[in-house]
Ligand binder design. Structure first.
Ligand SMILES: Nc1ncnc2c1ncn2[C@@H]1O[C@H](COP(=O)(O)OP(=O)(O)OP(=O)(O)O)[C@@H](O)[C@H]1O
Ligand SMILES: [Mg+2]
Length: 347
């Protein structure tokens, strides 16, 4: 039986492509045509980045270096160049091309194309001018994100996840949801990126798919880390970690903090049932500028997403509705806001 991956008006035989994911060169011309993204030559991308000049370098992750580039059409793009040392990256490259070619949603980053000249593997994305959520949330040099912006980012990221879980068939398990993979446009609209680890979720009577444990420590659901059994609820847990980062302004994992505060979830879990301490959990950089009721609701959703029992974590569609409500209430002026809090026993 062939399974078709259906998104808006795009339909492709996903498994036909995915089964050839080990080697992109084995994906034939017909298959390539069914991918939405176009092929670029290495020469074109070299011209776009002035020969991959240092001044065009935006950042670097596990996959390789990312450059800002200008296509001959004038389009500004981000070009990710696979580090040729690792085999793993090559598999992720194909998964990324296939997945992103089929997705179409304002909260998922767009892939314009790819390059497979010789050994070279490059990905060409829409350029996201405000970098990643991680960059804004944890860099003390950056202006603190307001509560309103934080909730806007939470809603958009949840909508992106809802698309993957509810609009796709088979549904997609992202596996790499983290603040570094939430990119921001000039208006702080978030877009999920990096689908190289994504997996097709269970269908029919199946409750999970079994995989090698991948992802980023600190964001990984405990049951997945222990058993390798992956479900849609694994991503809900990671989403809860991102929510907790947005609320507290602390990283999921930070070995520079004292022991007991290095793992964000372990640190804050005891406070989820203590409403009177909620305002002490908040990022001090907000200086008390948030509606208290919104904060209570946001922490309640976070606590539900982070439940140890995966079955008790909420559905992504319910998370979207709840966050949309919070965001709508976060526009009001902060006459109900907390005054700045002194450093407390929590922080
Ligand atoms: N489309 C894009 N537009 C603008 N900047 C981008 C884009 N894609 C990635 N970047 C930036 O490039 C840097 C590296 O991103 P990359 O996705 O390669 O690594 P990462 O997600 O930070 O870490 P890793 O992939 O190793 O887990 C990040 O700082 C990110 O903000
Ligand atoms: Mg990334």
């Amino acid at each position: 039986m062939k399974l078709y991956f259906i998104y808006s008006n795009k339909m492709s035989c996903f498994y036909c492509l995915a089964s050839r994911e080990k080697d992109f060169n084995r994906v034939d011309e017909k298959d390539r045509e069914s991918l939405g993204a176009s092929g670029f030559s290495f020469h074109e991308l070299s011209l776009a980045t002035k020969g991959f000049k240092e001044e065009n370098l935006i950042g670097e992750g596990g996959f390789g270096k990312v450059y800002k580039g200008y296509l001959s059409s004038g389009q500004v793009v981000a070009i990710k160049q696979l580090n040729l040392d690792g085999q793993q990256g090559s598999n992720e490259f194909v998964t990324e091309v296939i997945m992103l070619s089929l997705f179409d949603h304002p909260n998922l980053v767009k892939l314009f194309g790819y390059c497979t000249d010789g050994d070279q593997r490059l990905l060409v994305y829409e350029y996201m001018p405000m970098c990643s959520l991680e960059y804004h949330l944890f860099d003390p040099e950056k202006k603190a994100l307001s509560w309103k912006i934080r909730m806007k980012i939470a809603v958009g990221a949840a909508r992106g996840l809802e698309y993957l879980q509810c609009r796709a068939y088979p549904p997609v398990i992202y596996r790499d949801l983290k603040s570094a993979n939430i990119l921001l446009d000039h208006d702080f609209n978030p877009k999920l990126s990096d689908f190289g680890l994504a997996k097709l979720g269970p269908i029919g009577d199946k409750t999970h798919v079994s995989t090698r444990v991948m992802g980023t420590y600190g964001y990984c659901a405990p049951e997945y880390a222990m058993s390798g059994k992956l479900t849609l609820k694994s991503d809900i847990y990671s989403f809860g970690v991102v929510l907790l980062e947005l609320i507290t302004g602390h990283k999921a994992l930070d070995f520079n903090r004292k022991s007991g505060q290095q793992n964000l979830v372990a640190w804050f879990r005891p406070y989820f049932n203590e409403r009177r301490k909620y305002s002490k959990m908040v990022d001090p950089r907000l200086e008390g500028n948030y509606p208290l009721r919104s904060l209570h609701h946001a922490i309640a959703i976070t606590a539900m997403c982070l439940q140890e029992d995966a079955n008790r974590r909420p559905l992504v569609s319910d998370i979207v509705i709840a966050l949309e409500y919070i965001a709508s209430k976060s526009n009001s002026h902060c006459n109900t806001c907390q005054q700045p809090q002194p450093e407390t026993d929590i922080n």
